[in-house]
Every structure is written in structure tokens, then in C-alpha cells.
Design a protein around this ligand. Structure first.
Ligand code: HEC
Length: 759
């Protein structure tokens, strides 16, 4: 028997390795393609813009590739009539771009509405923006705002709940059988228990599989009704086929359906093998089938992770999906294990007192170990998953955030119940019959609470992630952005309103040292630029309103993210004052994801938690005999893997971010930065480049080819390029490398400084 068990574990280890490789393989096969809720990056015409000439098409760039069959742009005039030619199409060479051609537009205000379908979690995204042509006629824009419910369909959370519950109980059953159920199947245990247990655990798993299969079918109907925007009843039929064939979500659904069918066949074979009378051969067949079903469940759970919110979290997809899969497995072990434990406890009631006590006393400790380890895994992977979808504390105020808090609260209760079982019930099992009764009741309550937890998950997976809602609503963001600084004796206050994508108003208040308004500025200009990529610059000049207030009414942010505003104030009677401010522009109503989890933080978080988890597994394996016994080794081996993988990720996340260096200038060109930059420039660069950067410094004459005029050349390059020139020099010219003479910070400051020459 020991030998049989040993080889069983060995094969289980091999099979789980294969199973674990499957989802990673799927990730690789999908390549770098990332799919998520596709929101607007930018558009032409830009949201909120006023054009002199009528455009002949609307082009929108999205954050992700789109499903062509289910994506569309409509353009309406102020009466709500369509003014596009109905030829909305996704670009075939770049599926992130969608456009529609327009008829001849008269002066007026137009509304652009767009919709598309995420290829992964199948969530629909939609939005709209407004632009005007010619003199703003005052005609109101047509309303395209569709009141969207919290859920795409009210039955969706329930369907997801049932599907998940079924999947977890069936998948958890496979593990429970291997790790705990073996005790009940041992040949020294009473024959009656063996037969009863095998039969009833298979029945439970089969019922769970049935629920899973039905709920999955229902999910397809819901999905079809969401994509085609039809009532549920009409969604049944041919449209379902096109969802399955034409969307990535559908193709993964098909994989899942196929695996479910195979799992059903394997279960049937297990039931037959259990009935066969020949001991040795039966045990072999049972072991083989058990491993097969584990592999199948690995695949099925992977299809769930690949259509989860984790898969739709673009920036950190490669970390978030494996994390989600681990979370699912741990949940299966815990929730599925609890359900099967309840069954086993019920089955043992048929045994005589001493036999029952002996069985329970040997089964329950094994389960506690399993439950403890899976709980630790759930907590660790859950923290990462919550961070990936919530990201900022303010986002907890969204429906997603609340559902998450509810889930955590129920889990907390469950943990306490588990502790009572562990500390009070378990030690009494071997001598006290009442303890057995308590065990049954408490595990029953735990199973019910676990079902509640999964219900919360049904809601979570059906809701839009917290960080996206928070991004859109500007949660944790002030209504406008206000900065204050004193430069050259001039008090400058800048107010950016509303600080969202689209048209914004800049208000500049100038005051002298005594707080009196400065009304005689000859020029107040604001230069705005986007920091994460080069979208060019807008230089706007503010007009005086009196009382030291100067305004720019039409400053346009075309995209959400980090922006910089550089202010220059010219006065006849004082030095020029310049400064710069940086701020985050939110997506506003057009809805792209401003709050996004950062991959470096993700790697560090995941690495740290996996390493900690590894230590927990190692510690749990020690009392089982460490590496020298099979049981100890099967707990410690994953611990070693967790520790190694965690350390590698941590190393990557913490150090990887540092070695690449910033690609954007870490310093805004404010007074302090320009002061340092100016000092460095005069000490180091002036000899060649001259006081004003014209290439006429005292040392320039001696050079074969004189330095370029910085005022002309600098604006042609990004900050990162300029950093490179100064740090590494320019090969084949007299421009030296300053990388080892100046610190990185000094170079960034001097880059800021030489950018002030171009006026
Ligand atoms: C020994 C003289 C010398 C010194 C000192 C020097 N440069 Fe230059 N630099 C040059 C020459 C010559 C070129 C022209 C290279 C070319 O023609 O492409 C140049 C080119 C550049 C350019 C590229 C302009 C362009 O777009 O073509 C930048 C930027 C620049 N220098 C910045 C600096 C900064 C900042 C410093 C001080 C930290 C500095 N240089 C110090 C000689 C010098």
C-alpha cells in the first residue's frame, strides 16, 4: 500500500507540473497581445475641440485591440440625426484604431458615440464626446449618454456564482480525494466506509460538475444578450454561435465546454473503476483517473483565469493571470475541500463509535493542514488581486470595493470558525462523540459561509473593477488643480479646471511680495505638454482679466495622464519669472484608465508574497518530517518553488525598475531645477555653447565644427534624447560625454535649462 501511495504522489507531482505549465503555455501562445476594456486614448477631432473646418472623418485610438464585429462609432448632430456614413470600421492593420467617415457637416455641435466589446472578459465599453465646427452656435449637443446599470445583466452575478461554486467543489473534490480521501479508502478502513465514501464523493463532484456545466451554458446566453444588446430570451440561438466563433471570450468558452465534457467522461470512468472488484488493478486505474481529472481541472480553471479581470489588466497581465489561477486553486482546495469534508463526516455516521472516532481523528488533521495552507495562499494571492483591481484606497468606495469588503468580512468569519474547529473540536475527536457532532455542524456552517464568499465573487467578477470606476469618477481627485509658488518676488497661483481630458480653463493669479495684484505683466504664457510620450506642445498666452488675474480659456488635454504646465511671466519692471507644475489629468467622462497598477509594484508585491508563502509551506512541512518523508516533501517542495520564484520576481521588480532609468525628466522645470541647471550650464557648457546657447562660447572658435545653436536644435529632441547626448556625448563631434562628471539629476536639470533658450 505504501508503495502504491508513493508512486501516486510522484505521479501527482509530475501531473501538477504539467497542469501548472498549461496556463503559462496559453499565455505564451497569446503572445504580447493584451486585451481589456478598450477605452479612448485620443481621437480626431479631439474631445471638446472646436474646429474651423469640418472634418471628413472621426478617428479614435483605443487602449486595446477591438473585436471588429462588435465595435462601432456613431456621430450625431444636435438634433440627434446621424451624420456619419454608417461605414464605421476597425483598421485592419492596427485593430486599436476605429474610424467612420462623415458627410458634409454644417457649423454646429456634434456628438461622437462609440462602443466596443472586450475580447477577454467580454465586458462592453462605451463612451461619447462632443466637438464643434465653426462658430459655437450654442446648439446643445445630442445626448448619447446611456444609463448603464451596475451589471451588464442582472442575472450575470448569479450565473457567475453558480458556475464558480460548481467548478470549485468539483476541482476541490479531486484534490481532497488525493490528499485526504485516501485515508478513507485505505484497505484497513472498513469496507463499508470505503464503498460509501467513494460513491458519495463522486456523486457530489458529478452534481457540482453538472451545476458548472449548466451555469456555463447560461453564461453564454447572458454574454450573447450583452453583446447583441438583446433580451435574454432572444439571445438563445444562432447569435450564440457567432459569439463562440468570433470572440476570444467565446473561443475560451468553447475550450472550457470541451474540457467539462471530458471531465464528465473521466468521472463516469471513475465510478466504473470503483465498482470493479480486483483490488490491485482497481487502485491503479483509480490513481490514473484521479491524475487525469486533476490535469483537466487545471485546464478548466486556467480558462476561467484567462477570461478574468486579471487577464484584462493590461499592464500586469503576465503576473495577474498566474496569481489569479493560484487564487482559484487555493479556493478550490478550501471550498471544495470543505464540501467534501462535510460529506465524509456525514458518511462516517454509519460507522460504529470507535471506528468513527478513529477515522475522523485521522482525516481531520490532514484536512486542517490542507485548509491552513490554502488559506495562506488565498490571503497572499487575494491581496495581490485586490491591489490589481482596486489600486488606490479611495476606490474602495465603488460597488466593486464594497463587494470586496463584504467578501473579506465573511472570510474573516470563516477563519474564526476554522480556528474553533482546529483548537477546540479537533483535539476532542478521538475520545468525544459530541465533538464529532460539533464538527458536522460547524463544517456545515462553514460550507454555507463559503458559498456566500463565492456569491461575493460572483458580484466582483460581474462588476467593473474599482480602479476603472474610480478613474472615471475622479475619486480621490480634487475638483480642480491648484498650485502656488513664489518666483523672483512674484507670487504665482495656477488653477486648472476641471483637470480632465478635453477643454480646460487655466487661471493665473499674480501677486507681488505684499500680496497686491500685479496688473502690468506684458506677457503670461502657458506651455503644456504630455509627459509620457511626445504629443508636441501647446503654447497658449493668457489674457488679462484685471485684478492680477490672467486666463486661458481653451487649453486642451487630449489624453489622460501626467501633464506639465510651464508658466512664463514677463514684466517691464522686473526679471522674467518662470516655473512649471506637473499634475495628473483624469479621463473625465470619456473614460480611460488613469489609475493603473504599475508592473514594478506588482512584481515586488507578488514576489514578496510568494516568498512569504514559500516560508509558510516550508515551516508547515518541517513537522511532517521535512524533505525525508513523502508528506513533508510534498508540502516543502512547493515552498521551495515559491521562495525561489518569489525571490526572482522581487529581484526583478525592485532592481529591474532602477536599471532602465527614467525615460521622462523626473524634474519639472521649476525655479529650483532651472537654478541648478543654470549653474551646471555656466560651469560646464558655456565655454562651447555660449551664454545664450548660440554656439558662440569662448572655446567654440577652437573647435573644427562649432556647436549647434541650442535654441534651434533642442526643441527637436525629447528630454530623454537630450539626456543621452549630454550623458554619452555625440560620437564624431566635439560634444563630450558628461556621464561621469555630472550626476543624473544634474543632467536632467541642465536639460531643463537648455530648453529655456528657444525664445
Ligand atoms: C568642448 C565643447 C563642448 C562642451 C563643453 C559642451 N558641448 Fe554640447 N556640443 C558641442 C558640439 C561641438 C556640438 C555639436 C554636435 C553636432 O554638430 O551635432 C554639441 C552638441 C550638443 C547638443 C546637441 C544639439 C543638437 O541637437 O544637435 C546638446 C543638447 C548639447 N551639446 C548640450 C551640451 C550640454 C548640456 C553641455 C554641458 C553639460 C555641453 N553640451 C557641453 C560641444 C560642446
Amino acid at each position: 500500500m505504501r508503495v502504491g501511495l508513493t508512486s501516486l504522489f510522484r505521479r501527482a507531482a509530475a501531473a501538477s507540473a504539467v497542469a501548472a505549465a498549461l496556463p503559462l503555455l496559453a499565455l505564451l501562445l497569446q503572445g504580447q497581445d493584451v486585451f481589456a476594456h478598450a477605452h479612448v486614448v485620443r481621437s480626431e477631432p479631439a474631445p471638446g475641440s472646436t474646429l474651423v473646418d469640418a472634418p471628413d472623418r472621426v478617428v479614435i485610438w483605443f487602449t486595446e485591440p477591438l473585436e471588429p464585429s462588435f465595435s462601432e462609432i456613431q456621430t450625431l448632430d444636435s438634433t440627434g440625426a446621424r451624420v456619419d456614413n454608417g461605414d464605421s470600421a476597425v483598421d485592419s492593420s492596427d485593430t486599436t484604431v476605429m474610424s467612420v467617415s462623415l458627410g458634409a457637416l454644417a457649423d454646429g455641435t456634434y456628438t461622437v458615440g462609440w462602443k466596443n466589446v472586450s475580447t477577454v472578459d467580454g465586458h462592453r465599453a462605451r463612451g461619447s464626446f462632443v466637438f464643434s465646427v465653426g462658430e459655437a452656435s450654442g446648439g446643445a449637443a445630442a445626448s448619447l449618454v446611456v444609463e448603464e446599470g451596475l451589471f451588464q445583466s442582472p442575472v450575470e452575478p448569479v450565473v457567475r456564482w453558480l458556475a464558480l461554486l460548481g467548478a470549485l467543489v468539483a476541482a476541490g473534490g479531486a484534490i481532497f480525494n488525493l490528499a485526504v480521501g485516501t485515508v478513507a479508502r485505505r484497505s484497513e478502513s472498513p469496507r463499508r466506509l470505503r464503498r460509501l465514501w467513494t460513491r458519495s464523493s463522486l456523486r457530489l463532484s458529478a452534481a457540482a460538475l453538472g451545476v458548472f456545466a449548466l451555469a456555463s451554458a447560461a453564461h453564454l446566453v447572458v454574454q450573447t444578450s450583452v453583446i447583441y444588446e438583446q433580451p435574454l430570451g432572444q439571445a438563445i440561438g444562432g447569435a450564440m454561435v457567432s459569439v463562440v466563433m468570433e470572440t476570444d471570450w467565446g473561443r475560451l468558452w468553447l475550450w472550457r465546454a470541451g474540457l467539462i465534457a471530458v471531465a464528465a467522461v473521466v468521472m463516469y470512468a471513475q465510478a466504473r473503476a470503483a465498482r470493479s472488484s480486483e483490488g490491485g488493478r482497481r487502485r491503479n486505474a483509480e490513481a490514473r483517473l484521479m491524475l487525469l481529472s486533476l490535469c483537466l481541472w487545471a485546464g478548466i480553471l486556467a480558462t476561467l483565469s484567462l477570461t478574468s479581470h486579471a487577464a484584462a489588466t493590461t499592464a500586469i497581465r503576465a503576473q495577474a493571470v498566474p496569481n489569479d489561477l493560484l487564487h482559484l486553486w487555493a479556493a478550490a482546495v478550501w471550498v471544495g475541500g470543505l464540501a467534501h469534508l462535510l460529506l465524509l463526516v456525514a458518511v462516517t455516521r454509519q460507522l460504529a463509535g470507535p471506528q468513527r472516532r478513529r477515522t475522523l481523528a485521522s482525516v481531520v488533521p490532514r484536512f486542517s493542514l490542507l485548509a491552513g495552507l490554502s488559506l495562506a495562499t488565498l490571503v497572499v494571492t487575494g491581496i495581490y488581486g485586490a491591489w490589481a483591481q482596486v489600486t488606490v484606497v479611495e476606490a474602495l468606495a465603488t460597488p466593486y470595493g464594497r463587494a470586496l469588503l463584504a467578501k473579506v468580512a465573511v472570510v474573516g468569519g470563516l477563519v474564526m470558525l476554522g480556528a474553533v474547529n482546529l483548537l477546540w473540536v479537533r483535539p476532542r475527536l478521538s475520545w468525544d462523540d459530541a465533538a464529532g457532532r460539533w464538527l458536522r455542524r460547524l463544517v456545515g456552517v462553514e460550507v454555507a459561509a463559503a458559498a456566500l464568499v463565492i456569491l461575493a465573487v460572483g458580484f466582483l467578477t460581474a462588476l467593473e473593477p474599482a480602479r476603472q470606476v474610480a478613474s472615471r469618477q475622479g475619486l480621490g481627485q480634487p475638483d480642480s488643480i491648484v498650485f502656488r509658488e513664489t518666483v523672483e518676488g512674484t507670487g504665482i497661483t495656477l488653477d486648472v479646471e476641471p483637470g480632465e481630458v478635453g477643454s480646460n480653463r487655466f487661471t493665473v493669479l499674480l501677486e507681488d511680495r505684499l500680496g497686491a495684484p500685479i496688473e502690468n505683466a506684458s506677457e503670461v504664457s502657458v506651455r503644456i505638454s504630455y509627459l509620457d510620450s511626445d504629443l508636441g506642445e501647446q503654447v497658449l498666452s493668457a489674457s488679462p482679466l484685471g485684478g492680477g488675474v490672467y486666463v486661458v480659456n481653451e487649453a486642451r488635454f487630449s489624453i489622460a495622464g501626467p501633464w506639465q504646465a510651464e508658466l512664463a511671466v514677463r514684466r517691464p519692471d522686473a526679471f522674467d519669472a518662470r516655473t512649471a507644475f506637473r499634475f495628473e489629468v483624469t479621463a473625465g467622462a470619456s473614460g480611460s484608465g488613469r489609475i493603473a497598477p504599475s508592473p514594478e509594484t506588482g512584481l515586488a508585491l507578488l514576489g514578496g508574497s510568494l516568498a512569504a508563502l514559500g516560508v509558510v509551506f516550508l515551516a508547515a512541512g518541517m513537522p511532517l518530517g521535512g524533505m525525508f518523508t513523502l508528506r513533508g516533501a510534498s508540502v516543502m517542495a512547493p515552498g521551495v518553488v515559491g521562495l525561489l520564484v518569489g525571490a526572482a520576481l522581487l529581484f526583478n521588480g525592485v532592481l529591474g525598475g532602477g536599471t532602465t532609468g527614467p525615460t521622462r525628466n523626473p524634474f519639472a522645470p521649476n525655479t529650483e531645477s532651472l537654478e541648478i541647471g543654470g549653474r551646471v550650464y555656466y560651469e560646464t557648457c558655456m565655454t562651447c555653447h555660449g551664454v545664450a546657447g548660440r554656439g558662440d562660447g569662448p572655446g567654440a572658435a577652437a573647435l573644427e565644427s562649432p556647436p549647434a545653436d541650442l535654441a534651434v536644435h533642442v526643441p527637436l529632441h525629447s528630454d530623454a534624447d537630450l539626456f543621452g547626448f549630454v550623458s554619452e556625448g555625440i560620437a564624431g563631434t566635439a560634444m563630450p560625454a558628461f556621464g561621469d562628471r555630472l550626476t543624473d539629476d544634474e543632467i536632467w536639470h541642465v536639460v531643463n535649462y537648455i530648453k529655456t533658450f528657444d525664445e
